[in-house]
Design a protein around this ligand. Structure first.
Ligand code: G4P
Length: 276
């Protein structure tokens, strides 16, 4: 199955951001720490030019700490880029990000001249949560199904930082199918856009290769030497995802696996590692 999601107004968003970037000092991109590459916006790199750039590795509470550390080093190889792992839900996240913003553009830290920060991120990475944490109050909608925020708004944090929130930056077309499958696994893509069983099989393959012990432990599996579909059937059977006649309901088994993976019940799991 091909996950194909081309947002019609991508061109408009690109133009708007291109325009906005002229009047900003610093770009903050919110990424999902479990899949920082796949949750990055592919056009941002071409737009940010020489602006200092912070890549926030959000939801670090769900990601494998060793892999997050590797991603931080990987991103920071690029000049002018800092990576900051955090959990936007955590109150201290706002202070850490603001501190790094000030450090990145010290020349802007003058009375009456706020640092102009553009905050971007694809849907569901936690951008609204991050903005709320930064502002110390509810500013943007959180928890909506992946969708597009259409208006540009400025938020004065009244502490020398002026935030520019941008329209949702969606990826142009999900031509990297593995990246798209990772996004679907993380829950960033609307459920209507993919086949749950297929994504669960993709996730199972990754888990068997990368976190075999967690998988065995969670679902009380002795061995993992089965095909992914047989493994999913086994998990479904053990968890009572059955239809009349005792057959496994693969869709329910897939839902269960994906829900537990996203909810952290298999522990802190990263869905991709940096190319080294
Ligand atoms: P967006 O603006 O980028 O689209 O994302 P949003 O802030 O709406 O967050 C998407 C989901 O991710 C929300 O969960 C939110 O609570 C969760 N989230 C954001 N930051 C973190 C984090 O650091 N750690 C964890 N574990 N989760 C985070 P939801 O279930 O969709 O909504 P809700 O139940 O919180 O209302």
């Amino acid at each position: 199955m091909k996950i194909d999601w081309y947002p019609g107004h991508m061109k408009k968003a690109r133009e708007l951001i291109n325009d906005l970037v002229k009047n900003i000092d610093l770009i903050v991109e919110i990424l999902d720490a479990r899949l920082p590459q796949s949750s990055a916006n592919p056009v941002l790199r071409e737009l940010h030019g020489r602006r200092p750039f912070i890549r926030v590795l959000n939801k670090e509470d769900l990601a494998d700490p060793a892999t997050t550390k590797a991603w931080k080093s990987y991103f920071e190889q690029e000049e002018g880029v800092k990576a900051l792992p955090l959990s936007a839900k955590n109150h201290s996240a706002g202070a850490s990000l603001q501190k790094l913003c000030r450090k990145m553009v010290p020349h802007r830290c003058k009375p009456g001249r706020p640092i102009r920060v553009m905050i971007v991120g694809i849907p569901n990475v936690g951008k609204s949560t991050m903005i709320n944490t930064l502002a110390g109050k509810k500013m943007a909608r959180v928890g909506d199904k992946p969708a597009i925020t259409t208006c540009h708004q400025q938020i004065d944090l009244r502490n020398g930082i002026l935030l520019s929130d941008t329209p949702g930056l969606l990826w142009p077309n999900l031509s990297d199918q593995e990246g798209a499958q990772r996004l679907a696994t993380s829950g960033a893509i609307s459920e209507n856009a993919y086949d749950q069983v297929e994504i669960a099989l993709f996730a199972l393959k990754w888990l068997s290769e990368t976190y075999p012990e967690r998988l065995k432990q969670r679902y009380k599996l002795e061995e993992l030497d089965l095909e992914a579909s047989a493994l999913l059937a086994k998990i479904g059977s053990k968890r009572g995802c059955l239809v009349a006649g005792g057959e496994v309901d693969m869709r329910r088994a897939a839902d269960l696996l994906l829900r537990e993976l996203r909810g952290g019940q298999l522990g802190r799991i990263s869905l991709e590692t940096p190319d080294v």
